[in-house]
Design a protein around this ligand. Structure first.
Ligand code: ATP
Length: 305
């Protein structure tokens, strides 16, 4: 597809008999901020390393910018990546670190390092050596290094890991600026859905190597907003009752559950109307999932965290 920047088909990496990444099929479209979410050890880094050519897949396909095979390998130069810790020269300034990378890539462009520093909010870092940078500054410089060469896809592996709230906010702002002002497509991994939810436009949830859920920003918001949850035996009959009451925004989420997203103050009335219609209710209550709880539910609970 024209607008697809990255797609994988049954991508798998085995270490011995262990599937670090197990048959992952996903698509990242142009302009997406794709939140790749999973607990520690779920397979995020391994997946990203395969896309960047740092780890050889056991099986499956990677397609970049609509090309597969050798053609896609040639297009890896259009990916900028920050995977694990940024490799910085500690005794050098931020600008000199960028100059080194430009040199390595054969880029000679006056003012380019300064332009990137401004993009990642490090214009004021001046003559400070990167050894003296905060964690957030180091991560932002890592993103800056990934930007050298104008990539079309930025892959950031846990860029907020270990950062304080200020550092997290700075990285978030940097990613949003790149996406909005440069139209940069970003795949960003984290084990904290709450943090990703502030910037991501869509999500893939990976657990034990498998992609167990794909959802958009709106779908996540709908999952997590306040709603009346009704556990019952006859959803079809109940839908007719809700329609008759003028309740428009509801969803049958499984064969025994309906979630109603409006008129939350009418739960008592809905209760009576359903019973009168002969629907057997097991429970009816106003629920709201916070984002982290949703993530834990999807990935099998806190005990596995
Ligand atoms: P984290 O955030 O902790 O790095 P992750 O989601 O990025 O987690 P991976 O680092 O991709 O997960 O690891 C996935 C699984 O593959 C883990 O069980 C890990 O121990 C295993 N693994 C990763 N690299 C190797 C390797 N080189 N040899 C053997 N096993 C590996």
């Amino acid at each position: 597809m024209e607008n697809t920047v990255l797609s994988t088909n049954c991508l798998t990496k085995k270490y011995g008999s262990h599937n670090a990444v197990d048959s992952v099929t996903l698509n990242v479209k142009k302009g997406d901020i794709y939140g790749f979410i999973g607990k520690n050890g779920a397979g995020k880094t391994t997946f990203m390393k395969m896309v960047c050519g740092m780890v050889k897949p056991t099986s499956g396909e990677i397609s970049l910018f609509g090309r597969t095979g050798a053609e896609s390998e040639a297009l890896r130069s259009r990916i900028g990546a920050l995977i694990e810790a940024p490799g910085l020269f500690a005794n050098m300034t931020a600008a000199d670190n960028l100059n080194m990378k430009m040199l390595a890539l054969g880029i000679h462009k006056k003012g380019y390092a300064e332009e990137i520093l401004s993009l990642v909010g490090l214009s004021d870092a001046g003559k400070k050596k990167t050894a003296d940078f905060s964690m957030g500054m180091k991560q932002r410089l890592g993103i800056g290094l990934a930007l050298v060469g104008e990539p079309d896809l930025l892959m950031l592996d846990e860029p907020i890991n270990g950062l304080d709230p200020q550092g997290i906010a700075e990285v978030r702002e940097t990613v949003l600026t790149l996406n909005r002002e440069r139209g940069m497509t970003v795949m960003i991994s984290s084990h904290i859905l709450e943090e990703l939810s502030k910037i991501a436009t869509c999500y893939g949830i990976i657990d034990k190597g498998r992609l167990i859920k794909k959802l958009t920003k709106d779908e996540l918001a709908a999952q997590c907003k306040e709603h009346i949850e009704i556990k019952l035996d006859l959803p079809e009959k109940a839908c007719a009752v809700l329609d008759g009451m003028g309740v428009g925004s509801y969803k049958v989420t499984d064969k025994n559950t309906i979630c109603v997203y409006e008129q939350l103050d009418r739960s008592g009335e809905i209760n009576i109307a359903l019973i009168q219609a002969g629907v057997k209710l097991n429970s009816i209550f106003v629920a709201s999932d916070d984002i982290e709880k949703y993530f834990l539910d999807v990935t099998g609970g806190a005990e596995n965290a």
